[in-house]
Design a protein around this ligand. Sequence first.
Ligand SMILES: *Cc1c(COP(=O)(O)O)cnc(C)c1O
Length: 396
Amino acid sequence: MRTRNPIREIVDTMRLQGSADKPVIPLSIGDPTVFGNLPFSESVSNAVISAVKGGESNGYVPAVGIEATRAAIAERFSRDGAELTAQDVVLASGASGALDLALCALCSSERNDNILLPSPGFSLYSTLCERYGVEIRKYPLVPEQDWNVDVAAMEALIDENTRAILVNNPSNPCGSVYSAEHLREILAVAEKHCLPIITDEIYADMVFSGETFVPMASLTSEVPILSVGGLAKQFLVPGWRMGWVLIHDRHGRFAEVRAALAKLATLILGPNSLCQAAIPEIFSETEPEFYAELNATLERHTKLLVDRIAAIPGLTPIVPKGAMYLMIKVDIAKFRNINNDVDFARRLLNEQFVFVLPGKCFGADNFFRVVTCPPPEKLAEACDRIAAFCSDNYIA
Ligand SMILES: *Cc1c(COP(=O)(O)O)cnc(C)c1O
């Protein structure tokens, strides 16, 4: 009864039906495979095919994951000063499963624990915390400052029952990418209050030209960090449910957390063995061009959306620097008979058959989120329809 999905609760009240000449354009689901337009790497299919044919990965594997796979992940995500070994990697059922492990290992409902979560933020964080009876304290991200954390507001939420700060970079739903300098400001707060960090880096390296993704753990030797990642987004295989927790702990502060993660991993016995076995080859055989092309495509799509939406009176896109989302601010008072972002999204769906997620799904009132993955012609048509909807309902 404590397990709620806030997106479903909002979206299930919407009627998802297009018209004969206007099928619904779904800009709602954060699944890059929906339209089939983003080419995935052949290295990915080859690796899993050889795992199947090899016949050596059909048995039970260690609950924390196959040793060679953990080693390959450790090697890929090691940075100078933040080196990892296979012992620092725990495999999980998607980044979602990894977040579940990390939260469960750090927080307990039996001590009035609380955790700091980003707002707006990915709704699974709240779902997991509510399920575990962990109090949620939301720290604000500031749209006018590239969605940076209001660090003073974050610090003011901390008390003796705070167990961790969760940071999502690059961000879903914001598309923000934090600078090293900003990450250091957050780390300084964590260090001052002796708090560990859970960082959701599922969009690692999915950044646009001129931007750099900085892994949070590469900036600190003091603050212990559980970094969550996975194959879902960058390798375009969310259905594979392949994720991991990286344990960054320079001073042995996470000894018990490490043991907890290993015990929790025995509940599910890790992700599918074939997908696990494919990872070393996926990492070694995927050409750099694959990542570059995906980022360039998402950047082009994002620019198309930002340019078109910026020209629509009443809407303000907040320009993303990475990931695959765009947040758009709605000047609600300027729209006739629309009281909030849920109204806006519902009416847009009913009148123009464009499906966007209201900001309420992420704790961002008067915003809506669009996914940037669909093909450009779909995005352009969606923009035309959004413009028509706005001009029909705008109070000049
Ligand atoms: C998609 C997403 C996840 C979940 O990834 P899975 O590997 O599919 O479970 C986690 N965090 C964020 C921010 C996401 O957008």
